[in-house]
Each structure stands twice: as C-alpha cells, then as structure tokens.
Design a protein around this ligand. Structure first.
Ligand SMILES: Cc1ncc(COP(=O)(O)O)c(C=O)c1O
Length: 368
C-alpha cells in the first residue's frame, strides 16, 4: 500500500511509472491469444482467458486500496460465487445473513443447499457470533446490508470466525473500499459489486474479490481461468478510469446522502429512515467505529405503495431505477422485486453527485 491518503491513492493506483509519450492510463488491450513461442512459463501473457494487461493494472489498483491481492470478475455475483466455490465443499456450513442481497441468498439456496452445504441464516443487526461461527466453514457478511442498511461488527465477527476455524468474507459493495476496509478489520475476503459506487457511472457490470492471503488469490485465479466467465477488457479499463474519481464522487454522494437522510427524518410523510451516517441511526455508533464513509445509499419508508409511486411521479432529479452508487441520484420501491423483507412503501435511494440544494428541493417537493 502506498504512503499516500486514499484520495491520492485512487488516482495513482495501478498506474505504471511515467513513460514519456505514453498515456497516463494505457487503453484496453483487446486480445484473445498473445504472440508467444516456446514454453508458456517464459512469457508474460499467453491467452485472454488466463490474463490480460488491462486486468493486471486494475487488479494492482484494487490490491493497493484493499491491502491484499485482488481479482476482477465479470460481475459482483461472479465474485460472490467464486468465493463460495473455492471456500465451500459438500458437508460444510455456510453462515449467511437472512437480510443480505437477495441474489446472494438465492444463489446459496438454489445452488449450495442442493450439493449438501448447510445454510445457517442469521440477522445482521443481532448476530451472536459464537453461535453463528460454531462449526461453520465460511461466514458471509454484508455490511451495510442492501437494502436494509443494517451494520455488523466485522472485527468481532472475524475474531469469532477465526477462533472457530471458519473463513470470513465481507460483501463491501455499499461502502466500497474507501468507505470501509474489510481486510484491515480481519476478513479473509473482501468482495464487491463494482457495478455500483466503485465505478459509479452506471455503465458497466463488474465485481472483484480481494484476499488477505496470497494462497486464496491463487485458488481464485485458477477457478476463474477454469470456469472462464471473465470480464471484458473494455469494462475493466472503464472501471480503472472511473476509480480515479472515487474519492471525490463519494465525498459528494455521501454528503448528499446524509443531507437527504436528515431531511427525510424531519418529514411527516416519512415513517422511518435508515442511513448509517445519521447520528440517530441504530447502527451509527458501530458504523463510526469501522467505516470511513457511510456510502451513498439511504432507505426510507413511505406509508404504502401509492405514496411511493407518487414520490417517483413527482421527483425530477430522482431516476427510478434499480442498482445504486452512480453519479445520478436514483431510487426504487424495493418491494417491486419481492425478494426482500421490506414494506410496500420502502424506498432505497442512492444519492448522486447533483448540487445538494437542487436535490433537497426536489426530494422535498416530491414528498409533498
Ligand atoms: C450487496 C450486493 N452484492 C452483490 C451484488 C451483485 O452484483 P452484480 O449485479 O454486479 O452482479 C449486488 C447487486 O446489486 C449487491 O447489491
């Protein structure tokens, strides 16, 4: 890890030494095979499913920020499933939050249970780590959770997991590595959907895993090469290009998220608000201890579906869309998917980079 602060490191991460006549960040390398003769061990790049210089540069950047070797995957779910695949075998126990991203729960339910892996669900905000980790092989955390925004103590969970002989993985999507560093808090794996705030322009689908231990990175790389669902160089290059602005984007987005949460909290039409950065939030004390930033995502409850629909119809700066973390403010009524335990009027909002005053005015008028 370089000696600079995060806001400087995101600009430098993964870039080589200044090369006269070369661009700051070389463009994507489009190659299936690379020229090579003789023994594959003697050359750098051989074949595009194994490695690519564009991945190497982005993975160096992620590795620097995360504090451990990182691998890029074709999506967040490809990253999640790669960790499940290398860390679990039939007969193992996976401890998994019952309130984490619904596709992660569905993957575990549909694919792992069927091959003899036992699932042990727990609630993020009230987990008893000794009970959760006892006899487990892998403990999965997601903090803050999507969409409920509950927070759990990564260091406490990691200590209990390691004492019980279990591995621990953290889905760090909502916070990003600049908001929270799972490896520094004791996790074995830091996993993220880079589709979200890490890249932040709503123009690509990508994921990554960073590992505390080189040996796990080697196993993940072998798994990625064998299964072959790899990221395209264009997406990875766009991601690396976007990483340079992560600090400034988050500064605006997290500031907007906090201001929106404070406005929502005062509004009579709002039945409840969750944002870990809000001093009155149930998770705030813990979030302050383990997070550097609280992320762009805010959750709030309106009376019912009709009130939420009216909010979307009236808002002009809030784009109705799924996903989160982008430079444009977006939101959705989460119950429309059916996979989360949320009320019909629950809205997950992702604060963008708009001028805070415009955004607050628009949200206030949309609430009526
Ligand atoms: C917390 C979390 N983890 C993982 C994913 C999966 O990421 P992707 O859509 O890039 O596969 C998402 C997607 O919304 C997510 O919110």
């Amino acid at each position: 890890m370089s000696e600079h602060r995060a806001g400087t490191r995101v600009l430098q991460a993964g870039r080589g030494a200044a090369d006269p006549g070369a661009p700051f960040l070389p463009g994507p390398t489009f190659a299936a095979p690379f020229h090579f003769a003789g023994d594959a061990r003697d050359v750098g790049y051989t074949y595009g499913r194994y490695h690519n210089p564009t991945w190497t540069a982005f993975e160096r950047a992620l590795g620097d920020l995360e504090g451990g070797p990182a691998l890029v995957f074709a999506s967040g779910m490809a990253a999640v499933s790669a960790v499940f695949a290398i860390a679990l075998k039939p007969g193992d126990v996976l401890a998994i939050p019952d309130d984490c991203y619904y596709a992660t729960r569905a993957l575990a339910d549909d694919r792992l249970r069927g091959i003899g892996i036992e699932l042990r669900p727990f609630a993020t905000s009230s987990a008893d780590w000794n009970r959760v980790t006892d006899g487990a092989s892998l403990v999965w955390l997601e903090t803050p959770t999507n969409p409920g925004l509950d927070v759990c103590d990564i260091a406490a969970a990691a200590a209990a997991a390691h004492a019980a002989g279990a591995l621990i993985a953290v889905d760090n999507t909502t916070a990003t590595v600049l908001g929270q560093n799972p490896l520094a808090l004791g996790a074995d794996f830091s996993v993220a959907s880079d589709t979200k705030a890490l890249t932040g322009h709503a123009d690509l689908v990508l994921g990554h895993v960073a590992c505390a231990d080189d040996a796990w990175a080697v196993r993940l790389r072998a798994y990625r090469t064998q299964t072959g669902a790899i990221a395209g160089p264009m997406e990875v290059w766009l991601a690396h290009r976007s990483l340079a602005t992560l600090d400034v984007r988050l500064e605006r987005q997290c500031g907007n998220a906090l201001a929106i949460a404070a406005l929502l909290q005062q509004h009579p039409a709002v039945a409840g608000v969750r944002y870990p950065g809000l001093p009155s939030d149930a998770a705030n004390a813990l979030a302050v201890r383990q997070m550097q930033r609280f992320g762009p995502v805010v959750g709030f409850r309106l009376a019912d579906r009709a009130h939420a629909d009216r909010f979307f119809a009236r808002a002009r700066l809030v784009i109705e869309a799924t996903s989160f973390g982008g430079v444009h403010t977006s939101a959705e009524r989460r119950a429309r998917w059916g996979g989360d335990q949320v009320s019909e009027g629950f809205v997950r909002l992702s604060a963008g980079c708009e001028d805070p005053a415009d955004l607050l005015e628009d949200i206030a008028q949309a609430l009526g």
